[in-house]
Structures are given as structure tokens and as C-alpha cells.
Design a protein around this ligand. Structure first.
Ligand SMILES: Nc1ncnc2c1ncn2[C@@H]1O[C@H](COP(=O)(O)OP(=O)(O)OP(=O)(O)O)[C@@H](O)[C@H]1O
Length: 240
């Protein structure tokens, strides 16, 4: 809430930024390159302490908490690109997400849950993760992030580098995570597709919220479409 944040002595990237991610919803952050979308995720996951403002998780003020405390409070981060360990099996990769869970029964329960949620993960459980396609690896990362039963998952560009078919699957899986009870804060270059999956959208510009509201309203706003979503859906080049 009202977060100012930046890097080193440089001018702030976030200048009084606020976003709420209600339980059971996907919130999509949209904005031009360099607007600070990834920075929001770094602040929310405890990787970058805010210069001012507050971070509240489930009603508890966690401002200044590092990544480990944020994780313990139920904030999981899925990084941009691929972070599976290619030489380890899918099972080993997924179970890494549960290293803070000491209770074996709870670990097994969560593993069964993520296998049900992500059928590909279950089907390739014993396979080396490096042998999976990019979209399948991303689902392994989703499954790993859900092992701690997080309140909120932060997703940084999950469709990056994926072909259209894999992108569709990934957005379907984001919706399934939400439907299974996890709140999601999603950053995507593919803003239109992401807003189609999201419940709420928030446009970030110059370090502040430019506009926020139901994702469907943002998608329907012609001005936003021109500025941030690469034109209207299905719009053809009028000059041709
Ligand atoms: N580790 C860093 N050190 C210094 N400056 C950084 C660092 N990471 C990001 N920045 C700067 O912060 C600003 C916002 O970057 P950020 O990655 O949050 O934007 P973004 O909206 O996610 O952009 P993109 O869509 O291009 O990924 C940029 O000007 C960037 O150069």
C-alpha cells in the first residue's frame, strides 16, 4: 500500500503504488516496459524492501520482511523464465517447494493436490524436468509454488517464450489455481490474454496506478486498448 521503492540511490521506480489481491481472484498488472511491474513482485515477495509504504498479508503488516518470512506468510513467487532443475525429476523439483514443510503427511497431501491440479505434472512425475517442454516446465514451477499452500502466488511473465498453445494452457492453469483457492498476482507482456483470465486489472504507469478495476472493464476501454494492449481485439491495419 502506497509503496515507494527503487534500486540503490536511483529515483524511485514505484511512487506511491497500491494494489490489493483479494482471496480467490487473479489480479493482472499491466503497463509499459520499464513501468515497474517486476519491481512490484520483488517488493511483494520481500526481495526488495520498500522505501516507504506498507505490505500487508492476510491482515498482518509484513513491511520489511525478507523473502523467507514472506514465504512463511504465504507469498510464493514464480520467477520469469525457467527455474526448474533440469537434471532433477519433476517430483524432486516439486518437492523442493515443500522444504519448509516438516510434516510428512502434509507434504504428501500437497503433492497429491498439485498432481491433481496439474495432470501433466502427475503424468511426468518421474521424468527429468529438462526433458519437458517449456509449458510443462512452467506447470512444474506452478506446482512447486503451491506446495506451501500459499495465500497468494506472484507470477512474473508465465507465458514468456511459450507458443500460443502452451500459452493457452498456462492461462487455463492460472485460472485453475485461482479456482482452487489461491489468489494470483500476474504480470504479463501478453496483457490482453492475461486480462481475459484475470478478475481484476491494474494499469501501472510512472510508478503509480493509472487505472484499476474489473479486468473486463479494462479490456473494453478503447483508450487503454490503444495505449497498453496493442490495439483493439481483432483490429486490422486500417491503412492497408
Ligand atoms: N536490479 C535493478 N537495478 C537497478 N535498476 C533496476 C533493477 N531492476 C529494474 N530496474 C529498473 O527499474 C525500472 C522498472 O523495471 P521493472 O523490471 O520493474 O519494469 P517492468 O514493468 O517489469 O518492465 P518489463 O515489462 O520491461 O519487464 C526500470 O527502469 C529498470 O531499469
Amino acid at each position: 500500500m502506497d509503496v515507494q521503492a527503487g534500486y540503490g540511490r536511483a529515483a524511485p521506480v514505484l511512487r506511491g503504488f497500491s494494489v490489493a489481491v483479494p482471496a480467490g481472484s487473479v489480479v493482472c498488472l499491466v503497463g509499459p516496459n520499464g513501468a515497474g511491474k517486476s519491481t512490484v513482485l520483488k517488493v511483494a515477495s520481500g526481495l526488495l524492501p520498500p522505501r516507504s509504504g506498507r505490505i500487508v498479508v492476510g491482515g498482518v503488516d509484513l513491511t520489511g520482511a525478507g523473502p523467507q518470512r514472506m514465504l512463511a506468510a504465504g507469498v510464493a513467487l514464480v520467477l520469469q523464465g525457467h527455474s526448474v532443475f533440469r537434471e532433477m525429476t519433476v517430483e524432486e523439483n516439486v518437492l523442493l517447494g515443500a522444504y519448509t514443510l516438516k510434516d510428512k503427511a502434509k507434504r504428501a497431501e500437497r503433492a497429491a493436490f498439485v498432481k491433481e491440479l496439474f495432470p501433466v505434472v502427475a503424468a511426468r512425475w518421474g521424468t527429468l524436468a529438462g526433458l519437458l517442454s517449456g509449458g510443462q516446465q512452467k506447470q512444474v514451477e506452478f506446482a512447486r509454488s503451491l506446495m506451501i499452500d500459499p495465500r497468494v502466488v506472484l507470477l512474473d511473465e508465465p507465458s514468456m517464450g511459450l507458443d500460443p498453445k502452451a500459452t493457452t494452457t498456462i492461462f487455463e492453469q492460472v485460472a485453475r489455481m485461482r479456482d482452487a483457492g489461491t489468489a494470483v498476482l500476474l504480470v504479463e507482456q501478453n496483457a490482453r490474454r492475461a486480462l481475459e483470465t484475470a478478475d481484476l486489472g491494474c494499469v501501472l504507469d510512472l510508478g503509480r496506478v493509472h487505472i484499476s478495476g474489473p479486468a473486463a472493464d479494462l479490456l473494453a476501454d478503447p483508450q487503454l486498448g490503444e495505449l497498453y494492449l496493442g490495439g483493439r481485439p481483432g483490429e486490422v491495419n486500417k491503412a492497408s
